[in-house]
Structure formats: structure tokens, C-alpha cells
Design a protein. Structure first.
Length: 236
């Protein structure tokens, strides 16, 4: 009987060690791996620590959702900032930074060896998402031009200095706040984003664009038009 009891204890300890080992491996899987493979179930959440948490805190600070220190500790303040961000972009506000939240922050997406050193794969994926939402149905040149406007704003002193900051700036792009934001990036929008990052700017340096059939906004209509591409007027 004693021998049988010992075997049960040994089995229990073995199973416990196995779960601890698996948990350690999961914590080390990168955000890119999560975005590439939905079956990889890894989340940054309350209690998480490490570089991914620092990246999340840095992005949230830049976007104005987080006021705390970038310490790599996913505490209540970080969770609340993630919730506020999720709510602002139409995600389920659960305070957990999973693959979709990371994508919306510009931290997710697959790797791309041809990416400019200035922008990561997550930035390009987020730009592709905006292009898909804002310029689907436009010509390829028109899609690249929309991406170029975002990058022109990043470089402009009057706008945020990150792709995520420009895209999520309050009131900047209507598609971010409506059902169009559910449009998934396509291979075409990803290529357009990459071409824009690589330096192609069909907009001629524009920092605004609009569809005259869809807006009566006096400010945007007062901007000097640089070029017209498809349905959009690109403006200085």
C-alpha cells in the first residue's frame, strides 16, 4: 500500500512539473508567432512580465492611454489602459493583450524581411489594415497613396510620430471608428503598405485626403489639392 501511495505522489509531482514547464514555454512565445498561428494561445495579461509588456506600455503611453512607468510589469494600470484602448477601437474590453489587440497596437503581424528598418512588421500590418478599410475599391496606386499619407503624417511635426499614433488619432480616419474597421488586410493592401514604406508616394507629399462625394467638412475641402486619384483628393 505504501509503495502504491508513493507512486501516486510521484505521478502527481510529474504532472505538476510538466504543466509548469509548458507554462514557461508559452510565456516565451513571441507576439509574431501568436499572430501567425492562431492555435498558439499566448496572452499578455495581469501578472505578465517582460519585454512584450514594455512594448505594450510604450505604445499605450504614446497613444495617451497609459500614464505609468514602462517597467515591464502588467499591473492594474496597464490592464486598465489596455481596456480603454480596446474600447476605443471596438475590441472586447477585457484588458488582455492578445494577438488582435497587439495587431491594433501595431505590435502584431507576421515578419517581413523587406521591411524598412524604421517600421516593424506590426506597423506595416496596421497600415495595411487602414488601407483595406479606407481604400478598398480604389486603384492600387490609390491604395499606396493612402498609405503614403499616413507616413507623411508620421514625418510631419503636427501629427503623432508613429503609424499607430497617426491611425488612432481622434477623428483622423473615419474607418477606424465604424464597421469598415472590421475589414481584414488583403495581400493587395499589404503590398501597398510595403510600397508606401519603401518610399513610393503617389500622393505627392499629401497629409490629407477625402472623397468629395462623402464629406462636406469645410476644413478638409479648404485644403489645396495636390492630386486626384480615383475617388480621393489628396491635399497639403
Amino acid at each position: 500500500m505504501k509503495q502504491k501511495h508513493k507512486r501516486r505522489i510521484a505521478l502527481f509531482l510529474g504532472i505538476t512539473l510538466l504543466f509548469l514547464s509548458v507554462g514557461g514555454v508559452l510565456q516565451r512565445i513571441s507576439p509574431a508567432a501568436q499572430a501567425n498561428d492562431p492555435s498558439v494561445f499566448v496572452l499578455s495579461q495581469l501578472g505578465s512580465r517582460g519585454q512584450e509588456v514594455r512594448n505594450i506600455q510604450t505604445k499605450l503611453r504614446a497613444l495617451g492611454f497609459y500614464k505609468g512607468g514602462v517597467d515591464g510589469i502588467y499591473g492594474a494600470a496597464t490592464r486598465n489602459a489596455v481596456k480603454a484602448f480596446q474600447k476605443s477601437v471596438g475590441l472586447t474590453a477585457d484588458g488582455v493583450a492578445g494577438p488582435k489587440t497587439l495587431l491594433y497596437l501595431g505590435l502584431g503581424g507576421s515578419s517581413n524581411a523587406g521591411s524598412s528598418a524604421k517600421y516593424g512588421a506590426g506597423d506595416i500590418e496596421l497600415l495595411a489594415k487602414l488601407i483595406a478599410a479606407e481604400a478598398r475599391g480604389e486603384s492600387y496606386t490609390g491604395q499606396v497613396a493612402v498609405g503614403a499619407v499616413v507616413l507623411n503624417r508620421v514625418a510631419h511635426a503636427s501629427f503623432p510620430d508613429t503609424i499607430a499614433g497617426v491611425i488612432y488619432q481622434n477623428g483622423a480616419f473615419s474607418a477606424v471608428r465604424d464597421s469598415n474597421w472590421n475589414t481584414a488586410p488583403t495581400s493587395t493592401s499589404r503590398k501597398a503598405a510595403q510600397d508606401a514604406v519603401n518610399g513610393w508616394d503617389p500622393s505627392g507629399g499629401a497629409i490629407y485626403y477625402y472623397n468629395p462625394a462623402k464629406t462636406s467638412n469645410a476644413f478638409i475641402r479648404s485644403r489645396p489639392v495636390i492630386v486626384v486619384i480615383g475617388s480621393h483628393r489628396f491635399c497639403a
